[in-house]
Write a protein that binds this ligand. Structure first.
Ligand SMILES: *Cc1c(COP(=O)(O)O)cnc(C)c1O
Length: 399
């Protein structure tokens, strides 16, 4: 997955453009910049890549989620439905706005289970946030129809699925708003950075203002600009945007490599008795950032992971015991370990986590193995790795 693996002259040249004129900020200083507007150029490039009308770059993927929700008016006391399997950023970004994350089960897509989503809807629900985990996606048709029926926003966190598509459309561009991360381990990187994408002009203008202290960005005198709304600083820098501009030019190449390698893993491992592949919804094409599969139970999954370690197969994880991506280890959320007092609404809204269990999620995450796909491997190395994985699984499962 990581764009940092294939990194070089293109990135250096873009960054040097910025350093040569010394304007490290994306706004203002028009006279000094010699025509270099890296963040603006990257936004245009991403509009093309993600086939969307508007892109607002921000400082991170976490910021993108907060900005997307804020841009659509989600805030204090509102409930946002999100999955039990995601990165901690999901609930952080929701809670930063004073909204309440409502965690619900995932299914064999490794994303939101539509039935669990529908059961979790209350009069306070404002948005459903589907997290397109590990290069693939949730059942977007079912989720969209639930959102339509209940008049809810559909927000896509596509941070881990850059380049994946659903019915020919890029992931992130299907919901009302999409969020991306370009941190150092994502498919394309800026070092740190993120983006909100949308076809809704009002949301875009809100995101543009909110992510820069409420600046309306009218005219060319930054100090004289008006502030129609309260905002915050979620800006990306020109240096980071410059790196992204080099990377986005290689996105198709990266996705091509990933998909080729994903197919090798799928073809080899699907031959092994006891291995089931992750369910990809009809019409979906994975980005190939990860290869995911299920084994019969938690015990043999742990044994296979151990076998992989001993056999030199790195970069494969079972998220059941993981600190950062699965509800089981999120005690800091369940116990509300905040540095500062949290609002009564959020405290009350999160009480359900003291007792709620997530059996369906445990059932899938406990049996899942997720393997990162590296761009820097050769095809031969991938085949060799896949063969070795198959052998280890066969030994553990005794077949
Ligand atoms: C990486 C990631 C984020 C956060 O992105 P940052 O740029 O690191 O803040 C959010 N959601 C998911 C699913 C991610 O993988």
């Amino acid at each position: 997955m990581p764009g940092f693996e294939l990194f070089g002259d293109l990135e250096r040249q873009q960054v040097n453009d910025v350093l040569d004129n010394g304007v490290l900020m994306r706004y203002g200083f028009d006279g000094m910049r010699n025509g270099h507007w890296k963040a603006k150029e990257l936004e245009t490039a991403l509009e093309n890549a993600f086939q969307t009308n508007y892109v607002q770059l921000v400082s991170s993927g976490t910021a993108a989620v907060s900005v997307a929700l804020a841009a659509a008016g989600v805030g204090a006391g509102d409930e946002v439905i999100m999955p039990t399997f995601t990165f901690v950023a999901s609930f952080e970004a929701i809670m930063a706005l004073g909204a309440v994350p409502i965690l619900v089960d995932i299914d064999d897509t490794l994303a939101l289970n539509p039935e669990s989503v529908e059961l979790a809807i209350t009069p306070k629900t404002k948005a459903v946030m589907v997290v397109q985990m590990c290069g693939s996606m949730g059942d977007l048709k079912a989720l969209q129809s639930i959102c339509d029926k209940h008049n809810l926003l559909l927000v896509e966190d596509a941070c881990q699925a850059i380049g994946g598509t659903y019915n020919g459309k890029p992931l992130g561009s299907i919901g009302d708003l999409g969020c991306f991360s370009f941190d150092f381990v994502k498919t394309i990187t800026c070092g740190e950075g993120g983006a909100v994408i949308t076809n809704n002009k009002e949301y875009y203008v809100n995101a543009d203002h909110f992510s820069d202290h409420g600046h309306d960005h009218i005219g060319n005198d930054r100090g004289a600009e008006a502030h129609p709304i309260l905002g915050y600083n979620f800006r990306i820098s020109e240096l980071h945007a410059a790196v992204g501009l080099a990377q986005v030019q290689r996105l198709n190449e990266f996705i091509g490599i990933q998909r080729q390698y994903l197919n090798i893993f799928k073809e080899t491992l699907s031959q092994v008795n006891g291995v089931t592949l992750r369910n990809v919804p009809e019409g979906g094409v994975e980005s190939g950032a990860f290869f995911n599969f299920f084994l019969p139970d938690l015990e043999c999954t742990r044994k296979v992971i151990q076998g992989f370690k001993e056999g030199g197969i790195d970069l494969c994880w079972n998220y059941y015991d993981n600190n950062w991506h699965y509800i089981r280890k999120w005690d800091h959320l369940k116990e509300l370990k905040s540095l500062f007092p949290i609002s009564a609404e959020v405290k009350e809204g999160l009480k359900y986590l003291e007792t709620k269990t997530f059996d369906k999620s445990d059932h899938y995450i406990g049996r899942n193995i997720s393997c990162l796909i590296k761009l820097s491997w050769t095809k031969e190395e991938v085949q060799e790795r896949a063969n070795k994985m198959a052998q280890i699984i066969k030994t553990v499962l005794n077949n």
